[in-house]
Design a protein. Structure first.
Length: 192
């Protein structure tokens, strides 16, 4: 490693978000990682089996309202890894909780698998979700709701211009702090 490499720090990963269609969600909910991977063009590791509740939930949302397609869950893959070596492996998932509401607000969510954390994938995922939101005129505000004891997620959104605007009670996570930021002032080409 050269002195220049030490000064520049670790490389920030670039991520690609792969839409989890109804077919992929069905396969994941059924625990069929091979079929899900074939349909999505992504290698899903066993970590995805622990999130079957999420795949069932998102599939029900998509079935109830097909207009939510593209506004729910994506596989997060390292855009620079596995090039030319078959399907890229998913390092986590991220997305929106649905399309923009009447006020133009979308809420983001993300989860990076434990063996891939602390490598910049969470920040890269948030940046990509913000870039996508900024590119759409119907999105005015991006929200993140985070448990106050989730230091990793709070650190992940730090530096992205989110402001603490309130709190809410979530049936699954309990108390969450609500953070928001304008969607329109996030540069599409910003590096994390």
């Amino acid at each position: 490693m050269t002195d220049a490499d030490r000064r520049s720090g670790p490389a920030v990963p670039r991520v690609r978000l792969v839409d989890l269609t109804a077919g992929v969600l069905t396969a994941l909910a059924d625990g069929d990682l091979a079929k899900a991977g074939e349909l999505a063009g992504v290698e899903f590791g066993p970590e995805f089996l622990a999130e079957r509740w999420l795949w069932d939930f998102r599939l029900a949302q998509l079935t109830e309202d097909p207009g939510r397609a593209g506004w729910l869950t994506y596989a997060v893959v390292d855009a620079g890894a596995d090039a030319g070596q078959g399907r890229p492996r998913a390092v986590g998932n991220g997305g929106y909780h649905g399309p923009p509401d009447a006020d133009g607000m979308v809420e983001i969510g993300y989860a990076i698998h434990p063996d891939r954390r602390r490598r910049g994938y969470g920040r890269a995922t948030v940046a990509e979700l913000l870039r996508r939101a900024a590119a759409l005129p119907e999105v005015a505000t991006v929200r993140a709701a985070i448990r106050p004891d989730n230091a990793a997620s709070l650190a992940t959104i730090a530096g992205f211009g989110f402001a603490h605007v309130g709190e809410q009670w979530d049936e699954i996570d309990g108390l969450e702090y609500i953070y928001e930021r304008p969607a329109t002032d996030f540069p599409r080409d910003r590096e994390t």
